[in-house]
Structures are given as structure tokens and as C-alpha cells.
Design a protein around this ligand. Structure first.
Ligand code: FMN
Length: 187
């Protein structure tokens, strides 16, 4: 399979910004149940084929939102190279009892024990629970709990803005009729 044309630009940005751990943090916007924007920071967890992988707690609000409307947009700024990617597309959710369980298990096993613990915490977004409920749990390192969900974003439109350069450079990639088109536009 040939790589989508925007993938090399994103791979290059990830590589050139790798000295900053926060280069893997991106903003993921969804629509809430009232049709209003809802945005938050999540960690990029690599690619699964063409799709961008993230993980979240299946009990968090974003999951219900994505079930109602799978369309989302990522906004990602790389500070070293001063470039922004806006990636709009459709999310696939992988919770427990999903045919894509292997992807969920792989994502779980790639995470630290510290990160695992959060999925055993009390229900996110509910009234603050007693500190005892946050004490480290005994966890299975090879089998994710039901709260562990993987999010895969299939891009449909990618906008790449490079601030470096005068004038700046801006490219729009679109998935139309089964292939990617690219157009350079004014910044
Ligand atoms: C640096 C940073 C990284 C984060 N990474 C994740 C993540 O990978 N997955 C996640 O679900 N939430 C992550 N969060 C928390 C989310 O931003 C958000 O607060 C939480 O998921 C609840 O969002 P929701 O109510 O819209 O579902 C992160 C927050 C910060 C500040």
C-alpha cells in the first residue's frame, strides 16, 4: 500500500520535533450531544495502517459523543519546526468485545504501568471520589480492562501549514473518489 502523501510530511514533523515530549500531544475536537464543539488534548499513539491511534477511557464523555457522531478534527502544532496539521476525518472506536481486539491489546501492552492505572480510577467526570479509590490497583499487564478504548482516526482532509518561509506554505490534501489529491493554497 502506498503511503498517503501527507504522511511523509507528518512523519518528518514527528521526527524533527522528537526532542520535545509534548510533540505527541494533539487537540482532538468532536461534537457534543448538542452539536456544539468539544475539544481536548490527547496523546498520539502511532499509526495503525493509515489511521492515527489514540486511547481513552471508555467512560469519558468523548466516547458517547463519538458514538453519536464519529466526525472529528485534530489540530497539532509542532514548536521546533513551526508547522500545524489539521486532520479531519472519521473515528473508529475499539472498546471491549470488538472484532479489532488485537489492536486494543497491542495498544494496552505498549503503555506504561503508570498509564494503565488511570483506567482503574473511578468514573471520569463524576464528583470527586475519596483518595482511597485512586490507590494503585493490581492490574493485568497483558489484558486491558473494559474501560480501555482505542480511537482510530481515518483522515479525509489534511491541512498542513508551515510558518517557516516568507510567505508561509499551506497545503490541502483531500480524500476524494478513493484517492488523495493535494493542492497548494495561499497561507
Ligand atoms: C497533556 C495531556 C495529555 C492527555 N492525554 C490524554 C489521552 O491520551 N487520552 C485521553 O482520553 N485523555 C487525555 N488527556 C485528558 C483529556 O484532555 C481530557 O481532559 C479527558 O480525556 C476528558 O475529556 P472528555 O470529557 O472530553 O472525554 C490528556 C490531557 C493532557 C493535558
Amino acid at each position: 500500500m502506498t503511503l498517503a502523501p501527507w504522511r511523509s510530511a507528518l512523519a518528518r514533523a514527528l521526527h524533527r520535533n522528537r526532542s520535545r515530549a509534548y510533540s505527541r500531544y494533539l487537540q482532538l475536537a468532536t461534537l457534543n450531544l448538542e452539536g456544539k464543539p468539544s475539544n481536548r488534548t490527547v496523546v498520539f499513539r502511532g499509526f495503525v495502517d493509515e489511521k492515527l491511534q489514540m486511547v481513552s477511557d471508555g467512560r469519558s464523555e468523548k466516547i458517547q459523543q463519538i458514538q453519536a457522531c464519529p466526525w472529528a478534527e485534530i489540530c497539532w502544532y509542532f514548536t521546533v519546526t513551526r508547522e500545524q496539521f489539521r486532520i479531519a476525518g472519521e473515528l473508529t472506536l475499539i472498546g471491549p468485545n470488538n472484532e479489532l481486539e488485537t489492536i486494543r491489546i497491542n495498544a494496552w501492552q505498549a503503555m506504561s504501568e503508570n498509564a494503565h492505572q488511570q483506567f482503574y480510577w473511578p468514573h471520569p467526570g463524576h464528583a470527586r471520589t475519596d483518595a482511597k479509590a485512586f490507590e494503585p490497583a493490581v492490574i493485568a499487564t497483558n489484558q486491558p480492562p473494559d474501560s480501555f478504548s482505542v480511537l482510530l482516526l481515518k483522515a479525509h482532509r489534511v491541512e498542513h501549514l508551515e510558518l517557516r518561509g516568507n510567505p508561509q506554505n499551506r497545503f490541502v490534501y483531500e480524500w476524494t473518489d478513493g484517492e488523495w489529491t493535494v493542492e497548494e493554497v495561499n497561507p
